[in-house]
Design a protein around this ligand. Structure first.
Ligand code: C2O
Ligand code: CU
Length: 466
């Protein structure tokens, strides 16, 4: 076990990141006047999720007004400053993490590491400039099994004025709820499942609805932005009744759009499709989950109006994002092993501990949620290239997410198609993959499994870039 650093040493490390914040602010200034902050109020509400009964949920609303629906889709622009004030109207601390956005460390939303807890009644101001266009999402980084499990997951669309336009756009937030009779929550997880693939929800939703139906122009091209924000479920996305091309994965454009067949996306991952709607009025295209033996419907699109007669063959690659290429000739190699670990009690935490340890990164189980911090997995030098040799030594899949940076998958013993740069790689059972990155964003960057039960029972660590 790596020796524990005192909190003081740790915070001194973080203090060195003042420069990172200054960098963010500098970019903001260059992009024009400071933008008007969006007020994002974390709040308790009630919503109809299951067929029977009303469920107490946690959501974000825009402004101070109460909001009973799904957290809003936040729209930002590539290269333009964005500001939000998180107002905490919950009865516990929270923060916002902007999943996949390569922004300054001080804006990353990890309590005790990049910012203080935002206590009930308090607020925190976020200001950053997203460098990449694409589909991203936001969620708290505190007591997440409950806060996310009860609703706090929203999508972010970072627009690029240079993107092609389509006949319609649909944004889908995929997630489950662990509800029993009367829409009441059941136990958030089962320890024996947490030690395996994770505990699944009982009510499956897209945009907080079961099997929603959306209208789109017949024969039109529809951009469908999908994010898997569930705490556990890995989806195998497929489409029936229409064809679609995959144009982006985890926010980054694919080099050549390809026809969607079946695509796995784990918690935290996104896919952007361009779907060609059926020609006849009323015809449906159905997005489904084809994982497991019984496929089920996620959402449907219903064709309306006279056919626009578009051609899927006309779909061109989206303009790319400025992700630096690692210099493989000088890159230092860092092993990263995903393993199970002996079960023992985790330390209690302000931010929610599950009370177990089942998992580890490089044999070190993160002791709780945001405990007295431990040493980084490795200190990286700003601007240098690295190759992570990730080895999944478990019989379970793990969506491993790195904050603040994008990496390229160089090789894998389990896949032939190498996706574009990403912030989350779904490691298959026994997969060994090499991923490359340039350490171009200073700060302490968390890396963890996005199956929240795995994250919270040890599969967490961080890299320090200085
Ligand atoms: Cu999507 Cu550490 O998070
Ligand atoms: Cu995992």
């Amino acid at each position: 076990m790596t020796p524990l650093l005192s909190r003081r040493t740790f915070l001194q490390g973080s203090a060195a990141l003042g420069g990172a914040f200054a960098l963010g602010a500098g970019l903001a200034a260059r992009a024009g006047a400071a933008p008007e902050p969006q007020l994002l109020t974390a709040q308790l509400a009630k919503a109809q999720i299951a067929g029977d009964g009303v469920t107490p949920v946690i959501t974000y609303g825009l402004g101070e007004t109460t909001h009973a629906g799904m957290p809003p889709v936040l729209r930002m622009r590539k290269g333009e400053a964005y500001a939000a004030r998180l107002m905490n109207r919950l009865d516990e601390p929270t923060t916002v993490h902007w999943h996949g956005l390569r922004i300054a460390n001080a804006m990353d939303g990890v309590p005790e590491m990049t910012q203080p807890y935002v206590y009930p009644g308090d607020h925190f101001d976020y200001l950053f400039t997203p460098p990449d266009a694409g589909t991203f999402w936001y969620h708290p980084h505190c007591n997440t099994l409950t806060q996310m499990g009860h609703g706090l997951t929203g999508l972010i669309v970072v627009e690029n004025p240079a993107d092609p336009t389509f006949d319609a756009e649909i944004v889908l937030n995929l997630r489950d709820w662990r509800l029993g009779a009367g829409g009441k929550y059941i136990d958030p997880f089962k320890p024996r499942d947490a030690a395996r693939g994770g505990t699944y929800g009982t009510v499956r939703t897209a945009n907080w609805q079961q099997e929603p139906v959306y209208d789109a122009p017949a024969g039109g091209l529809v951009r469908v932005r999908i994010a898997a924000t569930d705490v556990t479920r890995i989806y195998t996305i497929g489409l029936e009744g229409a064809e679609a091309k995959v144009v982006a994965l985890d926010g980054n454009p694919v080099e050549r759009p390809f026809l969607l067949d079946r695509l796995d996306i784990g918690p935290g991952q996104r896919v952007d499709l361009v779907m060609r709607m059926p020609d006849s009025e009323g015809a449906r295209a159905t997005l489904g989950n084809f994982r497991g033996s019984k496929p089920w419907t996620i959402a449907s699109l219903r064709a309306g109006g006279p056919s626009l007669k578009r051609d899927l063959g006309d779909v061109a690659p989206l303009p790319g994002n400025p992700v630096a290429r690692a210099d493989l000739s000088t890159a230092k190699r860092i092993p990263l092993e995903l393993t199970a670990t002996a079960e023992h009690k985790a330390v209690p935490s302000v931010c929610g501990s599950l009370g177990y340890t089942f998992w580890a990164l490089n044999k070190v189980p993160w002791p709780g949620d945001t405990p007295d911090p431990i040493a980084p997995i490795e200190e990286l030098k700003l601007g240098k290239s690295y190759v992570l040799e990730i080895a999944n030594r478990t019989p379970h899949a793990h969506p491993i997410h790195l904050h603040g940076l994008s990496f390229r998958i160089l090789s894998s013993n389990k896949r032939s198609f190498l996706p574009p740069p990403t912030d989350t790689i779904l490691l298959l059972p026994d997969e060994q993959a090499e991923v490359a990155l340039v350490a171009d964003n200073p700060g302490d960057w968390v890396i963890h499994c996005h199956i929240i039960e795995h994250q919270k029972t040890g599969m967490t660590g961080y890299f320090r870039i200085i």
